[in-house]
Design a protein around this ligand. Structure first.
Ligand SMILES: *Cc1c(COP(=O)(O)O)cnc(C)c1O
Length: 398
């Protein structure tokens, strides 16, 4: 009997009750703007920043309107401006080259390996072409961070980490976002915490932190932050730093605080599902699972596999056969961008140069979200379906 999957790939966990209660309290008092506080009150946003800084072990944390805003702010704080070049991943999501374009700069794309991480040999070859690397831990895959930092430090290249898919992850016990100069995170619904929209920027550098706070739209109210540097640091930069409004608000912060407190539990739940899927997919003929290094602490909120050197038609066939059985796969290699997926060569504003080695890998990447609303049994069934359909198409290819 062939069994189909009938669950939803887009249904999230509900917001924790504590978050709902806190959000209702904010709605009742009406002080949603982060600097709108009653006498003696500390805003939800300021508390959230303090708690997130403690969670990742950063000196400074700023909560902002989105992950994309955090990345553009990080680039601005590092002085990236019009006409500059920024190194970045060829395999990433559109908001990453978009953040570079937002400051008038141009990405120099660096290739992808079969581990779906940045190609460090290609990075080494291109390292003298820019002063900043916007490193995307795309789909949660973390490269050898020690080698990456050695390459970048050796060339004086500053590193901004895009941790939209790695909140809760680590490389050799260093939290993702804490190896580079600035770490950026997203709190958007499809990431690891959910406030609809939102983001964080963390750093240990007081000047980068102060500039980021000013840019986010603090006016001269920066002393109301609990995870920002001393006012003396703001004194150095407050007149020369523009306000490029992009604050977090107290309603979102109220929703997020209990989620940050609970993130380790959620990450463990993701990994239970991820490893069930991985076990079910391993050794499928024609398919390559992505082996995760022992020193990488993963958060399996999505899973990828490679159909390397398959034809367009065969990959489309797998996606449509799985789709017919209720399993939503995304093909990153599709010639035309679909929904969230796109490739570096569709970002034509960035003048992408051909990357044949990466093209071969990108062409074969198939991706699946892992919502926490799936049970382990759901994951077992989904893996069975994918295995059966990939095997069938592979055998038919001969
Ligand atoms: C979602 C995402 C972002 C941007 O986050 P937003 O909060 O949606 O702006 C950045 N990078 C990657 C890899 C993402 O998936």
């Amino acid at each position: 009997m062939t069994q189909n999957f009938t669950g939803s790939f887009t249904q999230q966990d509900p917001i924790p009750e504590a978050g709902i209660e806190a959000a209702i309290a904010v709605l009742r008092h009406g002080r949603l703007h982060r600097y709108n506080t009653a006498e003696g009150e500390i805003s939800e946003t300021a508390l959230l920043e303090q708690e997130y800084a403690a969670y990742v072990g950063a000196k400074y944390c700023l909560a902002v309107a989105s992950g994309g805003y955090a990345m553009a702010t990080a680039l601005r704080a590092l002085g990236v401006g019009h006409g500059d070049k920024v190194l970045s991943n060829a395999f990433t999501l559109a908001p990453v080259p978009g953040a570079i374009a937002a400051v008038g700069a141009k990405p120099i794309f660096v290739g992808v390996t079969e581990q779906l991480t940045i190609d460090l040999d290609d990075l080494e070859a291109k390292i003298d072409q820019a002063d900043v690397l916007l490193l995307s831990h795309m789909r949660g895959h973390i490269c050898d961070m020690e080698r990456l930092m050695a390459i970048c430090d050796g060339a004086g290249v500053k590193v901004v980490e895009d941790c939209a898919h790695t909140m809760g992850s680590a490389w050799k016990d260093v939290a993702s976002g804490r190896s580079g100069h600035i770490g950026c995170y997203s709190c958007q619904t499809y990431k690891h915490v959910n406030s609809g929209e939102g983001g964080f920027l963390v750093t240990d550098d007081p000047v980068l932190a102060a500039k980021s706070v000013m840019m986010s739209g603090s006016y001269m109210l920066f002393e109301r932050h609990l995870a920002a540097p001393d006012p003396s640091v703001f004194a150095q930069i407050k007149y020369e730093t523009p306000n490029i409004s992009g604050r977090m608000d107290n309603l979102r912060a109220a929703i997020l605080r209990p989620q940050i407190a609970d993130i380790a539990t959620q990450c463990a739940r993701w990994n239970d599902r991820y490893y069930a899927l991985e076990a079910g997919l391993r050794d499928t003929p024609g398919m390559q699972v992505i082996e995760r290094p022992e020193v990488e602490t993963i958060v399996g909120s999505s899973i990828q596999f490679l159909l390397l050197d398959w034809s367009d038609d065969s990959i489309r066939d797998v996606v449509s056969r799985c789709g017919a059985r209720g399993v939503e796969l995304k093909w990153f290699g599709a010639p035309e961008p679909v929904a969230f997926t796109s490739k570096y060569d569709s970002w034509t504003y960035a003048d992408p140069q051909p990357m044949p080695k990466s093209d071969r890998i990108l062409h074969g990447i198939v991706d699946m979200r892992v919502p926490l609303t799936f049970s382990i049994e759901d994951c077992d069934l989904i893996a069975q379906i994918i295995r059966a359909e990939v095997s069938a198409v592979f055998q038919a290819q001969g």
